[in-house]
Design a protein around this ligand. Structure first.
Ligand code: SF4
Length: 412
């Protein structure tokens, strides 16, 4: 089999030194915006107001755009809007066309190529929506899409049909119908707020929504899924954290894919959320030229723990239209998992999942550690490839005698 392109996002596998560099916390800096006041730069509303949303702005700020990127940027607003916060743009290395930050937010012409197996709703959310803006796919929990806007737009977004309003998707941001559905279904004990990005709502609006959900007696647990901590860490204000802590138990899943996204600004923002008692998890998407390398992934998950964030999921990239150029094989994903489990702290090891195409939900994907389950033993291997036996009868009962000597062909 031909080896896949293993990449740090800079074309070479990382050396020991570059691993140390990846784990170092640095600031995104000011870059082009060096003369903006400290107050403005740290104001999340200023950052939103000054987002890069047009081809002309992008060309001016990133003159090294490749022809593929320029063509993609010209088409961007027909499918998924172009949007990048000044803070996040500063993380792009203008000299590196394979920069892992660049791959995530700069459109490319390949987005306009759709393979026959790609879809606009790859995980079947629309077919599990009892009311617009609510997805009820699992028995005891719902996904509540509270807005169709994001601080910036990921080029591999599973909900590109919905977010940025580039496709005129019929999204209803009134919450009454969704809340009425949740209140009428006592089996719903867990509500995940997502979108778009819920943290784009004002503190007042978010507080009002969380209060209404907390008032439903069977809702035990609230979650917020947000990319804001990495696109716009300025949004994680002390005021927001003080408001969120009123609604415990409340967890947050952030979204980060590469160690360079974990800046001092992000680490400080995560600290504020953690100090407010909010347990933090991270979701990554496995992406070509971004994190399709075990050493990069290891640096990322270790750095997340340093930010007080538990790596939660690595997603196989969904079959969203126009994402083939970013997709990595499942085989490669398993190779990466093989190099994490046992090789680093268990807390640092996320679950690799495929969100089953068409609406089957998340399916955990793991390397094989159980080699066989025979009449009197389970044969397992550890992370080093060493083989061990766990004595047990095939029906799970304790053995009355030690397992017999293994006959060689049986193991094979
Ligand atoms: S932040 Fe989330 S919803 Fe928004 S574009 Fe990125 S992946 Fe999609």
């Amino acid at each position: 089999m031909q080896a896949e392109n293993s990449s740090t996002g800079r074309g070479e596998p990382p050396s020991g030194n570059s691993m140390q560099a990846l784990k170092k916390f640095t600031s995104a800096g000011r870059g082009y915006w060096h003369d903006v006041s400290e107050k403005d730069w740290n104001d999340w509303r200023w950052q939103l107001k000054h987002r890069i949303t047009t081809v002309e702005q992008l060309q001016k700020l990133l003159p090294t755009l490749t022809p593929e990127e320029l063509a993609g940027a010209k088409l961007a607003n027909t499918k998924l809007a172009l949007g990048i916060t000044p803070y996040f743009l500063n993380l792009i290395d203008p000299a590196d066309e394979h920069c892992p930050i660049r791959q995530q937010v700069i459109p490319r012409i390949e987005e306009s190529h759709t393979a026959p197996w790609e879809m606009s709703d790859p995980v079947g959310e629309d077919s599990h929506s009892p009311v617009p803006g609510l997805v009820h796919r699992y028995p005891d929990r719902v996904l509540f899409l509270v807005t169709d806007r994001c601080a910036a737009y990921c080029r591999y977004c599973t909900r590109s049909r919905l977010v940025s309003n580039a496709t005129g998707y019929d999204f209803h941001p009134e919450f009454d119908k969704q809340i009425a559905y949740i209140a009428a279904h006592p089996e719903i004990r867990d509500v995940l707020l997502s979108g778009g990005d819920p943290l784009l709502l004002s503190d007042d609006k978010l507080e009002s929504l969380l209060s209404r959900l907390r008032a439903i007696p069977h809702v035990e647990f609230l979650r917020i899924g947000s990319r804001i901590p990495t696109f716009l860490p300025q949004r994680i204000t002390p005021e927001l954290c003080a408001m969120l802590k009123k609604f415990h138990p409340l967890f947050m899943s952030i979204h980060s894919n590469h160690p360079r996204e974990l800046t001092t600004e992000v680490r400080d923002a995560m600290g504020r959320l953690a100090d407010a008692g909010i347990p933090l998890g991270n979701q990554s998407v496995l992406l070509k030229h971004v994190n399709d390398d075990a050493d990069v992934m290891k640096a990322h998950v270790q750095k997340l723990l340093m930010c007080r964030v538990k790596p939660y999921y690595i997603y196989q990239c969904d079959l969203i239209s126009g994402s083939a150029h970013l997709r990595v094989s499942v085989r490669k994903g398993l190779e990466i998992m093989e190099k994490l489990r046992g090789h680093t702290t268990g807390y640092a090891v996320p679950q690799y999942v495929i969100d089953a195409p068409g609406g089957g939900g998340k399916v955990p994907i793991n390397p094989e550690y159980v080699l066989s389950h025979n009449a009197d033993r389970v044969v397992i291997r550890n992370f080093e490839g060493k083989i061990f036996e766990y004595p047990e009868a095939a029906d799970g009962s304790p053995l009355s005698a030690p397992p017999k000597e293994i006959v060689e062909p049986e193991l094979v």
